[in-house]
Design a protein. Structure first.
Length: 392
């Protein structure tokens, strides 16, 4: 009886700082139950909305109707389908959407306008729902609190914080691709988004620690996940086995072997939370190390680019010629430039280099922007860098 009481007490304590993952069934850190998550998450969105003059249908009736229609299909097959959510459309021009862990999903009008393909928009919606399903907002708070209590130096590093978010983004991508397939949306749509972003914007992965997978890697990883779940896809309609497939599919098999409090459940919950936290911590440290190595590798490649001069093409375009002095051939070479104007504003441009660049080869990178006058570059600070490359 004493052991049962101790086990029940452990279960109650662990329950305060953790929860069972809705996707995998494993235990993960969480300092708030679902009701508190909704209350805190929604409060943050409602504070934002108090500053908005026009939202939803008042802002754009057709786009809001589209958002609501696609969102309802995604939520209906998700792990939180029993909750009542509200999609919100706000007047922002940039490519962005977000959730705060409650029951709102906020989408920028600019993203809606850029994603004319419903399958692609559904992929973004599914990704945001997945963040809340996986409890990323409150898991992050739990890790920060634990780091403070234990005196860990890892969580204070910018690289660690970026890597932590990076791994959550990868997890949300995997869940979202499955959601898209189960809801009747093309699971390859997410990959198309990031492949297009890569062609237009490159990676910027070598400049700093990044919180999201770089575009090329993200396109490749979401495509690989899409191929795995392709068999669940029923174009334009929900998979009739969606509820079953949420529990067991090619990506994960949910654990449902939880023991009751007082019957080993407390010890199991403690061990599960400890192990899950340790595994997550180690994974984040590995990603931090990988990003650090990537930055060093791309910086070293830039040292092997010998400048051969610049040529003005027209008012908005110029060309830079380099000779590659390295010893390994390069595929997927992307050159980038950071431009800082007199007001301190920084803009970034990239140039994709076709084919394979051989050692000793000279090549040209053309940069262009309709918003930039080449004649004004003389008064600005320019920094060229290797944005991406795959050494053979």
């Amino acid at each position: 009886m004493s052991l049962q009481a101790v086990d029940a007490g452990i279960y109650n304590v662990v329950g305060v700082v953790s929860e069972q993952d809705r996707v995998t069934g494993e235990r993960s850190l969480s300092l708030a139950g679902r009701s508190a998550q909704i209350r805190q998450g929604n409060a943050a969105v409602e504070q934002l909305l108090r500053t908005e003059s026009n939202i939803n249908g008042q802002l754009d009736e057709a786009q809001y109707a589209r958002l609501t229609r696609l969102f309802d299909r995604v939520l209906r097959i998700s792990h939180l389908k029993s909750e009542r959510w509200q999609p919100v459309l706000i007047d922002r021009p940039d490519f962005n959407a977000f959730t705060t862990g409650g029951t709102y999903i906020v989408v920028h009008l600019g993203l809606m306008q850029q994603l004319q393909d419903d399958d692609e928009l559904a992929a973004v919606i599914a990704h945001e729902v997945a963040h809340t399903v996986a409890n990323h907002a409150f898991e992050s708070q739990g890790f920060q609190t634990l780091a403070t209590l234990t005196g860990s130096s890892s969580a204070g590093r910018n690289g660690y914080q970026a890597a932590f978010t990076h791994e959550n983004e990868r997890e949300a991508d995997r869940i979202a691709v499955l959601y898209a397939a189960l809801a009747g949306f093309d699971p390859m749509a997410a990959s198309r988004i990031w492949a297009r972003q890569y062609r237009e914007k490159g990676n910027a992965g070598g400049l700093f620690f990044h919180t999201h997978p770089v575009n090329r890697a993200r396109a490749e990883e979401t495509a690989a996940t899409a191929r795995l779940v392709q068999g669940y896809y029923r174009k334009g309609r929900e998979n009739p086995d969606a509820a079953v497939l949420l529990e067991n599919n090619v990506l994960w098999q949910k654990r449902n072997d939880t023991m009751a409090a007082g019957q080993g459940g407390g010890v199991a919950a403690l061990l599960g939370t400890t192990l899950g936290t340790y595994v997550k911590h180690q994974g984040v440290k590995q990603e931090e190390s990988r990003q650090s190595q990537q930055q060093a590798q791309l910086a070293a490649l830039m040292q092997q680019m010998q400048s051969l001069g610049e040529t003005v093409i027209d008012q908005n375009s110029w060309q830079v010629r380099w000779r590659y002095t390295g010893v390994s051939a390069l595929d997927n070479l992307v050159m980038g430039v950071l431009i800082k104007d007199q007001e301190g504003k920084v803009q970034r441009y990239i140039a994709q280099i076709p084919g394979t660049v051989q050692p000793g080869q000279a090549f040209e990178a053309q940069f262009s922007s309709s918003q930039l006058s080449v004649g004004a570059l003389a008064s600005m600070q320019l920094k060229y860098y290797v944005d991406d490359a795959s050494p053979r």
